[in-house]
Design a protein around this ligand. Structure first.
Ligand SMILES: [Zn+2]
Length: 250
């Protein structure tokens, strides 16, 4: 299994390259390239939020707790005195950071439903909707944000799969085949919730009206993504066959 450092390194390198290539097609500016780059890195770290003690999980729940606590505080600002406000702030933060986190940790299993292609689509579409409705970005930007999170996420899954092959010993670790899968059958309740949420997100996501230049860029992107995915899947399959046959020969 690839560790946090490897994920961070590969995610930042590849999303950097991808962001620069988008800018070089003249459809975007430097500021957008930074956004894409950061979202690609976040996408590359996101899958391991299902590992309860991982750095991304701790950071995510601290961030969510702080955000929720300040949001509630701003709603109640005029109604209470400061010591009540402080207490409310602490309670909201503690609920998110400990109670919600505990529930999340029990519901998710590491390398369960979060390590699947369904999760790639789910987090991509979630980003599209949050960008469009939450941060009021135009539809094209929102879709690009979603694309970069999905790209980072997909790269993470491929890395996990590659690292589950012990290249020196020609053996497969037990984790082989647990990262890149369409969805998790074993943890089907979580997968079902995720599938329903993905459909809802797709339904709500903004339509994309493209002018001809943008349409060309998106098409080129789709083509390169498709061939990248194809190449990854066929090389993983070839690797699997090679490892399995050499293991059988022993
Ligand atoms: Zn992982």
């Amino acid at each position: 299994m690839a560790n946090f450092k490897t994920h961070l390194l590969v995610a930042s390198t590849l999303s950097g390259v991808a962001a620069v290539s988008v800018v070089s097609t003249q459809t975007d500016n430097i500021e957008a390239a930074w956004r894409y780059y950061l979202l690609g890195v976040i996408g590359g770290l996101l899958p391991d939020v299902d590992s309860d003690n991982s750095i991304p999980t701790q950071v995510l729940f601290t961030f969510l707790g702080l955000t929720a606590a300040f949001w509630v505080l701003l709603q109640l600002y005029w109604e209470y005195r400061w010591f009540y406000l402080l207490a409310i702030w602490l309670v909201v933060f503690a609920i998110i950071k400990f109670v919600v986190f505990e529930a999340f940790a029990r519901l998710t299993v590491h390398r369960g439903s979060f390590h699947s292609l369904l999760a790639v689509v789910f987090f991509g579409l979630a980003t599209v909707n949050v960008s469009y409705f939450g941060f009021i970005y135009p539809a094209f930007d929102a879709w690009m944000h979603g694309f970069f999170v999905a790209l980072g996420y997909f790269i993470h899954l491929c890395l996990d799969e590659l690292f589950s092959v012990d290249l020196m010993n020609n053996r497969l670790k037990r984790s082989f085949g647990t990262a890149v899968k369409p969805f998790s059958i074993r943890y089907w309740p979580a997968s079902t919730i995720m599938l329903a949420a993905t459909c809802a997100l797709y339904w709500y996501s903004p339509g994309l009206v493209l002018n001809r230049q943008l349409a060309g860029t998106v098409e080129a992107f789709q083509d390169s993504l498709f061939s990248f995915a194809n190449a990854t899947i066929s090389s993983l399959t070839a690797l699997r066959i090679a490892v399995l046959s050499s293991a059988a020969n022993w």
